[in-house]
Design a protein around this ligand. Structure first.
Ligand code: 13P
Length: 335
């Protein structure tokens, strides 16, 4: 029996749970491993992800699903168990990043378009067979003087919509991720400029999703928060929460079951505090939770350090951040 898209989407944003983004591409995971002086070999990547997915308490109680990378969805744990099985045994849903990355957009200096639509129908069918029940595609929008351009916003929104329609055809829930970068260059934009661009991007994305006949009940939105650029002043937690919720309320239809934020370069504590403040202070038509990469993994990666004897310490660090973010998903996190 095929599961209904709507039911999978609801399970992805179950009360007090969120998503673990562990879908770093080979290039990105190398950058993360460089910070602990570890070589990015296939075995080290496997050991690291196995450590996370075998954090039983964290996975069972706080994580609804995991976004995997192509290599990981095919990998087995050291004892031969497929990593997807370990995730499923904790009640988690396996997901897969299907975009092929942001590449320079012809005719638009300084802007990017996300590639990966060619052959996507066939790849989705294969991923379904490998256990994936949701997918992710990230469009990247960078703020600088005079940018983004309308052309870049529109083309990225169109690609997201074509991807989402293909996912639903394959019975896979699309995570639609249009990221307005906080850590792009120069990164000195204000929170109000971020608001304006995020509102514009989300309006455009939902118009394209409508034109592509995407069923909103069967998708999850993964947006950035409305926040100052990394090299600008830092707005208060209350201001980020208020502006983010206002921006989402004016752009995201109430039929979307859930919104799961990316962390985007915020510190671990900031990402938790912002999410909790939103859930504590506002009534919203959708579930609001996390789909963090760095903000869930940074402490665990450091505690592990690539050493087998530190696996338990890495798992404790991961469990702590997962629990803090799960509390934030119901507005119950306290400093
Ligand atoms: P960060 O939370 O580290 O931004 O990663 C989430 C993600 O999946 C980005 O595509």
């Amino acid at each position: 029996m095929t599961e209904r898209l709507e039911d999978i989407a609801i399970a992805m944003v179950a009360e007090g749970k969120g998503l673990l983004a562990a879908d770093e591409s080979s290039g990105t995971i190398k950058k993360r491993f460089d910070t602990i002086g570890l070589a990015s070999t296939e075995e080290n990547r496997r050991d690291y992800r196995e450590m996370l997915f075998r954090s039983e308490d964290a996975m069972k109680n706080y994580i609804s699903g995991v976004i995997l990378y192509d290599e990981t969805i095919r990998q087995n744990a050291a004892d031969g168990t497929p990593l997807t099985e370990i995730i499923k045994q904790t009640g988690g849903i396996p997901g897969i990043k299907v975009d092929a990355g942001a590449k320079p957009l012809a005719g638009f200096p300084g802007e990017t378009i996300t590639e990966g639509l060619d052959g996507l129908r066939e790849r989705l069918a294969e991923y379904y067979g490998l256990g994936a029940r949701f997918a992710k595609w990230r469009g990247v929008i960078s703020i600088s003087d005079g940018l983004p351009s309308w052309g870049a916003v529109k083309q990225n929104a169109q690609a997201l919509a074509r991807y989402a329609a293909l996912c639903q055809e394959a019975n896979i829930v699309p995570i639609v991720e249009p990221e307005v970068l906080m850590d792009g260059k120069p990164g000195d934009h204000s929170i109000d400029r971020c608001y304006e661009v995020t509102e514009w991007v989300l309006k455009t994305v939902f118009a394209e999703l409508y034109d592509a006949r995407v069923v909103l009940e069967g998708m999850i939105l993964k947006p950035n928060m409305v926040i100052d650029g990394k090299n600008a002043r830092k707005a208060s937690v209350e201001e980020v929460a208020e502006k983010t919720v206002r921006c989402l309320k004016s752009t995201v239809p109430a039929t979307v079951p859930g919104i799961a934020f990316l962390s985007g370069g915020q510190s671990d504590e900031e990402a938790t505090a912002h999410l909790s403040a939103m859930n504590a202070a506002f009534d919203m038509p959708w579930k609001l939770t996390f789909s963090y990469g760095r903000a869930l993994q940074a402490a665990a990666l450091k505690a592990w350090g690539g050493k087998p004897e530190n696996v338990a310490a890495g798992q404790r660090a991961f469990a702590h951040r997962a629990r803090m973010n799960a509390l934030a998903a119901t507005g119950g996190w306290k400093e």
